[in-house]
Write a protein of this length. Sequence first.
Length: 207
Amino acid sequence: MSVKTEPIVSSLDESIHILNVIDEKLNNYFQALTMLAEFNVSIEVVAPLHQLTFEHGVILINSYLDELHRHFKPLLDNSERVKFSPYYNLIKREIKRFHDIKSYRNNVCAHNLRDNKRSVYLYGNLRQYRIPQNIAEFKFVKDCINLMTQVVNMIFPVSCSNVRAVLGARIKSDKTPYVTSLPREKLETMTSDLLNKLQILEQKDKQ
C-alpha cells in the first residue's frame, strides 16, 4: 500500500499562504464594517466597534505589506521578479496614496499612542496621518490588496495548491483539543475578588 506524502512547502509557498490569510481577514473586517449599520444597534455600540475594526484593519494592511516586502519579494528569482514587478508597481502606486499606514500602525495602533517616545495626542494630531479615513478609502486599499493577492495566486498556482493540500491534511488529522474557556460565573467571581483586594489595598493606603 502506498503512503501519501504531503507536498513539500517551500518558504515561498509559506509566504503566499500568509498573504492569502491576511487578504481573507481584510475582506472579513470590511464586511463587518459595512454590515454593522444594517442591524438596529445604537451608535454608542457601533462607533467603538467600527473604530476597533478599522484600527485592526490598518494593522492587517501593514502586516500584508511587511510580508510582501520582507519575505515574498526577496524569495523571487530574476524571472519571477520580472513577471511580478509590472503588476506590483501598478498596485503599489495606488496603495502609496496612503503613505502613513506604517507610522499610524506603529504610533497609534501598536505602540501606545507614542511617536518617538512622545504622546501622539499631546504633541501631534491623528488627522495628520495620511491613511484611509472612511469606509470608501478603506475599501480602496483592501481592493488593492485583493488584486495583489490575485496576481500572486495567478503567477504561483502550484504554491497555492501545495499549501491547500497540506492544510487540508493537517486540519483533518489534528486531534489537539481546544482550550476550555472559563465560565461566565467564574469570571465574574474572579473580577469581584480582584476588586475586593484592590479596595483593601486602597484602605491601607488611606490609614
